[in-house]
Design a protein around this ligand. Structure first.
Ligand code: CMC
Length: 428
């Protein structure tokens, strides 16, 4: 069978470019020799048409609203699996057998504590520091504490670093919350589940026994599953780019956290709930829809739209159901959920949103659940970071193990001044 190619016509003639086929999804034009053959670069700011790597972890079909982790649909994982199992799946490629799952969960539980010295880092932050600022700092600082898992050429050290990061993120995030409200830090309690342990470290106090509410535990775990990975998004690409230089895993994940913080990415969950609160009443929705459509107004509907999904984000569907279930089971009502439902309804029937294929994304409903559980909005993106750490380390490991891996080094279309001579300051 002859290899497939596409032909590119240039002034120098036709150039055949190899076409690479994945197991599913669009073929990819291999342009690695393009510059050497033509002396030209390709141009794709924002990577709208560029595959930056090959990966066997997560697949998205944005037109049909499909998300698969290692082949398994996200709705099945959200309904039937749990975060520990999904973490194993993402890292190792297949669903674990019971023994493998038990061993994995045990290993993660053995890494939940933080080096005691790290607690002093928190005291260097203002009490009103954003939890994401603390997360960036503390996760980066792990590099200074766990020297025995920073040799990225050793697969065993990479695995230990991955386990450490997955295990310590709940402790780090819970401590960020405790610090902001002036309560003492709680040590992990490893007879609890991954998620139960996180809830206790966040909402428990030393003076009382904390009973994990199974409804909240399940909802929180599902939120973690829904955020676990999402192909080559901005923060994952940041982790890969940082890792491509050989930086240690803790530094790479800190870079991912920094990228996730932005409101166009993970920061949208905080921004979405703040927006829903600001709207406050279904009567005010048309005003905000009008603002979102106004080219002269920078306002956007937060939790709406996606670079890849041109259909309903499959995570948003599960998130909406979970929000309804959690409020019902906790016997809570939240006017914000009414605003969210109505805003979605109006937007999905508006020509602007229909034409641009803008649908609710994962961040649209998650805030309603997190708010019902008791998290302040500033914690929302930290929870996203906690869960996405699994995807980040899986993608980072995959990249380091890839023999074709090179340092990431994009080029540019230069539009600045051409060469000119230096002029001494007095003569300018
Ligand atoms: N509200 C109003 N208009 C929008 C929105 C929105 N939320 N999103 C996109 N548009 C418009 C945009 O103005 C543009 O219009 P035009 O073609 O007339 O200039 C068009 O739709 C395409 O937008 P874009 O910014 O070129 O698309 P993108 O793929 O670069 O951006 C996005 C994707 C997610 C950054 C964007 O939809 C957005 O800013 N959404 C709000 C923030 C948000 O919810 N982010 C979370 C994403 S999902 C979770 C995650 O990644 O962490």
């Amino acid at each position: 069978m002859t290899a497939k190619t596409v032909k590119l016509t240039t002034e120098g003639g036709e150039i055949p470019l190899p076409l690479l086929e994945g197991s599913v999804g669009p073929d990819v034009v291999d342009i690695r020799k393009f510059y050497a053959d033509t002396g030209k670069f390709t141009y794709d700011p924002g990577f709208t048409s560029t595959a930056s790597c090959q990966s066997a972890i997560t697949y998205i079909d944005g037109d049909d609203g499909i998300l698969l982790h290692r082949g398994y649909p996200i709705d099945q994982l959200a309904e039937k699996s749990n975060f520990m199992e999904v973490a194993y799946l993402l890292l190792h490629g297949d669903l674990p057998k019971q023994k493998e799952l038990d061993e994995f969960s045990y290993t993660i539980s053995r890494h939940t504590m933080l080096h005691e010295q790290l607690a002093t880092f928190y005291r260097g932050f203002r009490r009103d520091a954003h939890p994401m600022a603390i997360m960036c700092g503390v996760v980066g600082a792990l590099s200074a504490f766990y020297h025995d898992s920073t040799d990225i050429t050793d697969p065993q050290q990479r695995l230990i670093a991955s386990h450490r990061l997955i295990a310590k993120m709940p402790t780090i995030a819970a401590m960020a919350f405790k610090y902001s409200i002036g309560q003492p830090f709680l040590y992990p309690q490893n007879n609890l589940s991954y998620t139960g342990n996180f809830l206790r470290m966040t909402f428990g106090v030393p003076a009382e026994t904390y009973d994990v509410n199974p409804i909240i535990e399940k909802a929180m775990d599902r939120i973690f599953v829904l955020h676990a990975d999402h192909e080559q998004n901005a923060s994952t690409s940041t982790v890969r780019l940082a890792g491509s230089s050989g930086a240690n895993p803790f530094a790479c994940i800190a870079a991912g956290i920094a990228c996730l913080w932005g409101p166009a990415h993970g920061g949208a969950n905080e921004a979405a709930l703040n927006m829903l609160r600001e709207i406050g009443d279904v009567k005010r929705i048309p005003e905000y829809i009008a603002r979102a459509k106004d080219k002269n107004d920078p306002f956007r509907l937060m939790g709406f739209g996606h670079r890849v999904y041109k259909n309903y984000d499959p995570r948003a569907k599960v998130m909406q159901q979970t929000a309804e279930e959690v409020l019902k089971e906790l016997k809570l009502t939240d006017p914000v959920l009414d605003v969210a439902r109505e805003l979605e309804h109006i937007a999905l029937n508006d020509a602007y949103f229909i034409d641009k294929k803008l649908y609710p994304n994962v961040d649209f409903y998650s805030g309603v659940i997190l708010n019902a559980i008791g998290f302040p909005t500033e914690m929302f993106t930290a929870l996203f970071a906690l869960a996405r750490t699994v995807g980040w380390v899986a993608q980072w490991n995959e990249m380091i193990s890839d023999p074709e891996q090179k340092i990431g080094r994009p080029r540019q279309l230069y539009v600045g001044a051409t060469q000119r001579d230096y002029v001494p300051v007095k003569e300018r």
